[in-house]
Write a protein that binds this ligand. Structure first.
Ligand SMILES: Nc1ncnc2c1ncn2[C@@H]1O[C@H](COP(=O)(O)OP(=O)(O)OP(=O)(O)O)[C@@H](O)[C@H]1O
Length: 293
């Protein structure tokens, strides 16, 4: 049985496109990344899966159950929405205890542990917290009952790099204990290090779904050069070159293939500067898989 199964899931907001025929099956124990630019349909997919909005057609199940017909399945889920709204006058600890009361489980120890890891002051009023600290409250809320499925919508926005790191360690630890993780992001680098598989959504449609290990095997490079004199753009109009940009004496492109082909071309130029870097997956997706969408 899949932890999450989306079959031809479609949501139209009136005439507006939400998501179209989304098909994803996530195995139990997986960490699955859901990537796409703003407005692509990530939140719509997640909210439809959770039964917070009704699909136009298709189906979505959590551990084999539709969460509208079987609301009890939501107890197995920890959900961090992309935007968190709170009763501002409450203290953090009271809000978290209130959240915990839904699960009929003593979550106090876990709340303390999570607050410590995330450096969250439980005694403060929600009102007095910064955006990042409010996000931490959402994270604790999503994890306090040790759910079997963790669904996170843009979890790291607002967290500083140290907290992002701690957050990822927390997620990895939960996954090691058996939790399945489904998280959306528009930042591929953060998904890159954590996920087993990743789906890329664009304009409401899944344009690629791939194992991270496969994606990493393709050695894509971002090449940026500066030369002494202007370069003819056509020099790099080769198979495997994408996103080719040229302005005066600088050229930039993404390359997939035998790197010696490029070094031979470079050897013919008088370079001032050269950088060869790993592009992030977003660039890869946008320039190679877009056509397949
Ligand atoms: N309540 C709504 N009414 C009308 N259109 C909506 C509604 N909610 C979302 N949409 C539209 O559906 C599409 C997908 O939006 P969604 O919020 O799911 O994207 P997203 O990938 O989560 O984006 P972001 O990264 O900006 O949060 C967008 O075109 C958006 O304008």
């Amino acid at each position: 049985m899949y932890a999450i199964e989306l079959k031809n899931l479609t949501k139209q907001y009136g005439a507006e496109r939400g998501i179209i025929d989304v098909n994803i099956a996530i195995e139990q124990g997986e960490i699955f990344g859901f990537i796409g630019p703003n407005g692509a349909g990530k939140s719509t997919t997640i909210r439809t899966l959770l039964g917070l909005i009704k699909p136009t057609s298709g189906s979505a199940t959590i551990f084999g159950k539709n969460s509208v017909q079987h609301p009890e399945v939501r107890k197995e889920v920890g959900y961090l929405p992309s935007e968190v709204f709170y009763y501002d006058n409450m203290r953090v600890v009271d809000l978290l205890k209130y959240s915990a009361s839904f699960y009929k489980k003593d979550c106090n120890k876990r709340i303390q542990e999570l607050a410590k890891v995330l450096d969250l002051d439980l005694k403060k009023k929600i009102n007095d917290l910064s955006f990042g600290n409010k996000k931490k409250v959402g994270i604790v809320q999503g994890l306090l009952h040790e759910p079997k499925l963790i669904i996170l919508d843009e979890p790291t926005s607002g967290l500083d790099p140290l907290m992002q790191q701690r957050f990822f360690e927390l997620i990895e630890a939960e996954n090691k204990k058996g939790a399945t993780v489904f998280f959306s992001s528009h930042i591929l680098s953060e998904v890159q290090r954590l996920c087993d598989r990743v789906a890329f959504i664009k304009k409401g449609k899944i344009i690629q779904l791939e194992r991270m290990s496969v994606l990493k095997e393709h050695s894509y490079k971002r090449v940026v050069i500066e030369t002494k004199t202007d370069v003819d753009k056509d020099v790099f109009a080769l198979d495997g070159v994408s996103d080719l940009k040229q302005a005066g004496n600088s050229v930039s492109f993404i390359y997939k293939g035998n790197i010696n082909v490029i070094t031979e071309k470079l050897a013919q130029l008088e370079l001032i500067n050269l950088s060869v870097e790993d592009p992030d997956l977003e660039e890869i997706f946008l320039h190679y898989y877009e056509k397949e969408g």
